[in-house]
Design a protein around this ligand. Sequence first.
Ligand code: ADP
Ligand code: MG
Ligand code: MG
Length: 491
Amino acid sequence: MSQARLASCIPLPLEHRTLVSVVEKAKDWALMHGVGMRDRKHFTKDAIQIAPFVLLPSPFPKTEFTKAIELQPILNELMHKVAHDDEFLTNTLQNALQVDEFTANLFDIWVKVRDEGMAQPISLGMLRSDIMLESRCPHTENQCAKHTPYCSWKQVEINSIASGFGHLGPVSREIQSYILRQLGQAELLKNMPENRALSGLCSGITEAYDLFGVPGSVVLFVVEEVSYNICDQRFHEFEISEKRPDIMIYRRTLTEIYEEATLNDKKQLILDGHTVAVVYYRSGYEPAQYPTAKEWDARLRVERSTSIKCPSIHYQLAGTKKVQQALAAPGVLEKFMGAGAATGRVRDIFTGLYSLDFDESGERAVDMALADAERFVLKPQREGGGNNLYGADVREALLRMRHSRERAAYILMERILPPLVSGYVVRPGAAVPPPLTDLVSELGIFGVIIGTKDKIYCNRQAGHMLRTKLADANEGGVAAGLGALDSPFLL
Ligand code: ADP
Ligand code: MG
Ligand code: MG
């Protein structure tokens, strides 16, 4: 069976000279508008190189795009409820905690903070639900009964911490618009949906700041030792600085927070003499970002404070793969959302998700995966890309872990097979022109939600980002150098 394919926005290939010329222009546009990243191989703070990007916008069906946009506030609210359901989080994570030290450390912080009484009941969620079109259809052997090269989209995951590309998402639309204009195709711009992710996400931070309500307080970005994805982060700062010159932003690593930030007797987090109103984590989602006990100490200090956290610790736990899998189990969505139409719409976006716990259904899942490993992805409780296993590695890992408790730290997920699209990926340092290649895309929809357990102050969809990778690559992280920035061309 050949994989389904979507038509590109203009006929390809481009003529050689045209292609060389637009790639050169586009690279300069990229450098001059922050479509960039720091170079991992030759790191210096004094230079930015282009981030990999797809030359032309990739097709995405309009009805499926609209559905994703419409569903986002429902997903935001679901995550909000999950984050505030102590019993559900505890039950869902308990087996994984026995064998996954990182998640257990996060969980311990949550228990400590909860037991001493949350100093700040408000959480700021800046979520990103990542989705892929599914080309296989449950109704027919290969192509969809609708006779389209896709059936519907399925959710890959939902991120609750450091959901990046608020700048790189919208600017991808801008660079591709420029390229289409240079190719004399300006009339196609109408198919590229507006994308206000940057202002949408930043206003989440400023709304939380206003709810905190302490004049002269500051915003703290928790950052990595080295931020390779610096353009994305800095543009958030530039946006806030432009819209709200009264708000000062600090950037600190967890290690620096350990050394510099204190809690006063009112549990306010104090940095450089200022009260911290909002803490926005762009780090803190993977074990390497907590190299010693100091960083865990810093995280605990922040969580104990009155600052509004994005995410607060329970929101981070709600974003684990284990929670995603548990939500797909029979009856669970109904518990959170009732039995109405919205529940059915959310259920439809789940692909097969299976627990690997030591019980009957866990055993069935292991057998199923061993019988046809190519159909599945094996996922640990990790973020940031590069942690999942595919194909033969799924089989090997399951054979190794079959009788080990380690298994409970993973979930098994059915592999989504998106339709192919042809395109050119422009990469830093690569030969010009790039080859025409087969690609697949992953759309991320941003959501902002602010609230306490009982009261939601704001809940909205906040723009999107599209990442595209070579069709035969397992993962497509842009910062990891595998994926490329892209934007949707609605069909
Ligand atoms: P992370 O939190 O590390 O980003 P993801 O679940 O998003 O973990 O997986 C990383 C990447 O792996 C995704 O961006 C996607 O390219 C690929 N991937 C994950 N799950 C699936 C799936 N079920 N089907 C196809 N590809 C997947
Ligand atoms: Mg993730
Ligand atoms: Mg992901």
